[in-house]
Design a protein around this ligand. Structure first.
Ligand code: BES
Ligand code: ZN
Ligand code: MG
Length: 499
């Protein structure tokens, strides 16, 4: 898709292919609709009445060659009751428009929907949302199909006020972020026989070669052994696919401490010796969605070149079962020296992450955010549209919540600061167990991680419920929470600019 913005005078001299304009319930017209209705001698109103298209949200009509108006196709889109329009309904309207574009294979369109006045909803966000919804709607994962269908079109947002700056800024941000989302989805949708930890490292390296201000460091199995990442290695040891930790460094500010984004990159989670049931096990290819999200976020950052220092880590690993697998009852000494008694080999994410959380101390990070499909319990607690947030720092969690509300990529904070949660992690013979009795599973997992993050400000995002979703009962990666993460980073750049 191509997105531009342009100020055009209403009475165009050249024939337009297509425009989309709003109407509200009870035949209430917006400014642009009024103007076209007037020059066409009430053609619009008459036709709408004839067809009983009053302006409800699911109503729309295409008018061809309206008299006295140089345009082949005019899509009139119902926007419901004007005073009741909100962000959610606006998103639905955009979704309806894109379905019409796809159905009629419309290649170029002039978009008159961004200047609708909606309470608590700025123009900037309307434009960001519009591009995000369009990109989500047209996304297809075609790689393994014989016939590769796709849809593409040129969208021109029509600027009606003197706010060109907002348009160009929002378009720039949204294109970059949606490129990141697409890159992440394309990675996460791959099967685990292709998307291995090694593959994650190859893709990470390619990204750093393509853009400026990037460098890469890959930590392989040998190096992990050398520095004592024994928990990470224990998870990996049952698999033929070797572990690789990819560290993407972006440096665009000499003075700042880095912000670290760490993604769980389990390319397949069989559960190990504590084997998962077969039903839906294929979905465990998505257990690397945290890594895909930090990878996608770096694509957006590469395009935007924000004046920050950011380190993204893809913690690639596979959790399999074999004669070499780690087992329930094994005791492992983590990189930090803390020992862990394995109760369940399926609680592998925290073992991989805990060693990386120890490793990154040397970067003296300003903030650390890990993103992980960590617990099935999070799906039970929050469902499929809200990610779990847990943190050891109120300021950081508030900034994440702010970004998530702005980007409409929601999170909900759960508490970790109660000793009762921590008590569940005690072991008789080691310092910690890796899995407890089952209640508050999302929180106890975060509590486990928090034992390794005491030296810095840290937040954990559990995306088990949000990393993928279903279209017609088939699963597909969502690219979440890239929109939130990018907004968080854009806000960090603004804060720095203001200081
Ligand atoms: N990757 C899973 C969590 C998961 C489950 C994500 C379902 C998305 C959907 C994780 O490694 C896991 O298996 N967690 C266990 C932890 C338990 C053994 C303490 C779980 O949630 O069952
Ligand atoms: Zn897992
Ligand atoms: Mg598991």
């Amino acid at each position: 898709m191509k997105y531009t913005a342009e100020k055009i005078t209403f009475l165009n001299k050249n024939l337009l292919d297509c425009i989309v304009i709003p109407i509200f319930e009870q035949y209430k017209f917006s400014e642009i609709t009024k103007k076209i209705n007037k020059i066409s001698n009430n053609y619009i109103l008459d036709t709408l009445k004839k067809n009983n298209v009053q302006g409800k949200i699911n109503q729309n009509i295409i008018l061809y060659n309206i008299p006295n108006f140089l345009c082949s196709k005019t899509i009139i889109i119902g926007c419901g009751v004007r005073s009741k329009l909100n962000r959610e309904k606006n998103k639905l309207i955009i979704y309806n428009v894109i379905n019409i574009l796809k159905k009629h294979l419309i290649k170029e369109i002039n978009w008159y929907l961004t200047d609708l006045e909606i309470d608590n909803y700025q123009l900037y966000w309307n434009i960001r949302d519009t591009i995000t919804i369009i990109e989500k709607n047209i996304y297809l994962f075609n790689k393994f199909k014989k016939n590769k269908l796709s849809f593409s079109s040129k969208i021109k947002f029509i600027i009606t006020n003197n706010n060109d700056e907002i348009y160009f800024n929002a378009i720039k941000h949204s294109i970059a972020i949606n490129l990141g989302i697409k890159k992440a989805k394309n990675m996460a949708n791959l099967p685990p026989n292709i998307c291995t930890p090694k593959y994650l490292s190859i893709k990470s390296t390619k990204l750093t070669k393509k853009y400026k201000n990037f460098s890469i460091k890959i930590i392989d199995e040998k190096m992990m052994q050398k520095i004592g990442m024994n928990a990470y290695l224990a998870v990996s040891q049952g698999s033929k696919n070797k572990p690789f930790m990819s560290i993407i460094e972006y440096k665009n500010n000499n003075k700042l401490q880095p912000i670290i984004l760490l993604g769980k990159g389990v390319t397949f989670d069989s559960g190990g010796i504590s084997l998962k049931p077969s039903k839906n096990m294929e979905e465990m290819k998505y257990d690397m969605c945290g890594a895909a999200a930090v990878y996608g976020t770096m694509y957006a950052i590469a395009e935007l070149q924000l004046p920050l220092n950011i380190i993204a880590i893809l913690a690639g690993c596979e959790n399999m079962l074999s004669a070499n697998s780690y087992r329930p009852s094994d005791i492992i000494k983590t990189m930090s020296g803390t020992t862990v008694e394995i109760i369940n080999t399926d609680a592998e994410g925290r073992l991989i992450l805990c060693d990386v959380l120890t490793y990154i101390k040397k970067y003296n990070p300003k903030y650390v955010i890990d993103i992980a499909t960590l617990t099935g319990a999070c799906v039970i607690a929050l469902g499929n549209n809200i990610s779990g947030l847990m943190s050891n720092n109120k300021k950081l969690s508030n900034e994440i919540i702010k970004a998530s509300l702005e980007a409409d990529d929601r999170v909900w904070e759960l508490p970790i600061n109660d000793i009762n949660y921590f008590n569940k992690l005690k072991s008789n013979i080691a310092n910690l167990v890796n899995s407890s009795d089952g209640v508050a599973g999302t929180i106890t997992a975060a509590c486990f991680l928090s034992q390794f993050t005491k030296k810095y400000k840290w937040a954990h995002i559990d995306i088990a419920g949000t990393a993928w979703y279903y279209i017609n009962n088939k699963s597909t990666a969502s690219g979440r929470p890239i929109n939130m993460l990018c907004q968080f980073l854009i806000n960090q750049a603004i804060i720095i600019n203001n200081n």
